[in-house]
Design a binder for this molecule. Structure first.
Ligand SMILES: Cc1cc2nc3c(=O)[nH]c(=O)nc-3n(C[C@H](O)[C@H](O)[C@H](O)COP(=O)(O)OP(=O)(O)OC[C@H]3O[C@@H](n4cnc5c(N)ncnc54)[C@H](O)[C@@H]3O)c2cc1C
Length: 416
């Protein structure tokens, strides 16, 4: 393997592990650091959707208004913890300004290309590394109980269809015929056959193990505290377990990226958006495809012997506390659409922090005043899906190549 140089990757979630794996493939000496264990952040317990159907960014028309309507409801899928925080206020103003039709029309084709390229990498890596992670390409159904919900979902599907995404519009009966675990009486659904799902923790841990076999040095329980800089370069990463010197540094610390970047004088407008999941033994009557439950904003994913129900978006800072009321609301939300969840045997309740930028697009690329720093963070609701292609793009940037997908919309400078 040709030697390219040395790199420290900060954060062992799906983004950092994918970057470490791709960089090692390209001949870099890689050290991968995490303050906890491998895959102990948002990449562990998410819904595992790997999808072209989520190419519309979070910042889209109507989202802000809906969020404000939900604010007063303690069981709603969206919540902002009220606080006088300058960063949060500026994030919300930017989010509102980005939520335009023009932004969606500009961003969706790029996001779609990213999801498609990432899904190909999933297929390639799962087969090449023999990853046991329940990767399944059986499609996803966005399911609605109400006519207004169905109208909204169908409108989005038609927009995605105009970009080349395959979908089938189904009435309530056709939705039940396709997925018998759905309760009768739904208004309708949209089926996206190209979508896939994975057990995210198994995928990330399996890929990290493959990277380690290839020579990546993984240092867990190693928290980044700061940096040593020399001129225009980051010379070393200071951690709770000593300093790590390298030619290049990749910041992939998910929702924690802003406090880490601050040590390099770089402001990243990323807010943590907490979500929960409940994983249960697969009930006798269980969905066999992924479901996105429209009005409830809940995802349901079959994962091998298990079934995962995930949802809510709380802008509450870097706070990992568990609000049981919201967890219960996710489960009761799912029960309204899916039969067989009354006798659930939960095996895990989890929460994670999505790293959200105000325009709903990730930050990928060289950033800040130091020439050897690359940021890969801010993937919001779709980081599991976009992790592999992000890792590949990071490796291409460090190798001095043009990335597989034009990354101009993802540059950090757009927020300055
Ligand atoms: C409920 C829920 C459902 C979701 N469903 C989906 C889905 O179906 N599909 C999808 O694509 N996405 C989904 N997501 C979003 C997805 O989980 C995230 O976008 C993705 O996991 C982000 O990956 P990451 O590697 O950037 O961050 P993380 O996985 O959070 O990794 C960041 C890592 O950095 C480490 N770190 C932080 N600070 C430091 C430090 N100072 N020093 C060293 N290490 C540090 C952390 O310990 C952590 O391991 C969901 C999220 C939630 C919460």
């Amino acid at each position: 393997m040709a030697r390219e140089g040395s790199v420290v990757v900060i954060g062992a979630g799906v983004v950092g592990v994918s970057a470490a794996y791709c960089l090692r493939l390209r001949g870099w000496d890689v050290v991968l650091l995490d303050k906890g264990e491998v895959c102990s952040g948002a990449s562990y317990g998410n819904a595992g959707f790997v999808l072209p159907s989520h190419a519309v960014p979070l910042a889209a028309p109507g989202v802000m208004g809906k969020g404000l309507r939900w604010l007063m409801d303690p069981e709603s899928p969206f919540y902002i913890r009220p606080r006088l925080d300058r960063e949060l206020i500026s994030w919300l103003l930017r989010f509102a300004a980005s939520s335009t039709r023009a932004h969606v029309q500009r961003s969706a084709p790029v996001l779609l290309a990213m999801h498609r390229a990432s899904q190909e990498l999933y297929q390639e890596w799962v087969s090449k590394e023999g990853l046991d992670c329940d990767f399944t390409r059986k499609g996803l159904m966005a399911l609605c109980r109400t006519a207004s919900g169905y109208h909204e979902v169908l409108e989005e599907a038609r927009f995605l269809g105009s970009l080349g995404v395959t979908f089938e519009a189904l009435d309530g009966k056709a939705a039940c015929d396709l997925e018998p675990a759905i309760r009768p009486g739904m208004t309708g659904g949209v089926y996206y056959p190209e979508d896939a799902h994975v057990t995210p923790g198994k995928f990330v841990s399996g890929l990290a193990a493959a990277a380690e076999r290839m020579g990546v040095a993984i240092k867990t329980n190693t928290e980044v505290l700061g940096f040593v800089t020399a001129g225009e370069k980051v010379a070393a990463v200071q951690t709770t377990r000593g300093d790590f010197r390298a030619d290049e540094v990749v910041l992939a610390a998910g929702a924690w990226s802003p406090p880490v970047a601050r040590g390099l004088g770089l402001r990243l407008p990323i807010q943590a958006a907490k979500g929960y999941s409940v994983t249960t033994k697969r009930p006798a009557l269980s969905p066999s495809i992924s479901l996105l439950l429209g009005e409830a904003r809940v995802g349901v994913t079959p994962m091998g012997e298990l079934l995962r129900i995930a949802g809510t978006l709380e802008l509450a800072g870097l706070d990992l506390s568990i609000n049981r009321r919201r967890v219960d609301a996710i489960v009761s939300g799912a029960r309204a659409y899916v039969s067989g969840l009354d006798d659930m045997e939960p095996v895990e309740i989890w929460r994670g922090l999505r790293p959200c930028t105000p325009d709903g697009l990730p930050i990928i690329g060289r950033a800040g005043r130091y020439r050897n720093l690359t940021v890969a963070a801010g993937h919001a609701m779709v980081g599991q899906s976009l992790g592999p292609i992000t890792g590949k793009i990071v490796s291409q940037i460090l190798c001095g190549e043009d990335p597989a997908i034009a990354i101009a919309p993802f540059r950090a400078e757009r927020f300055q």
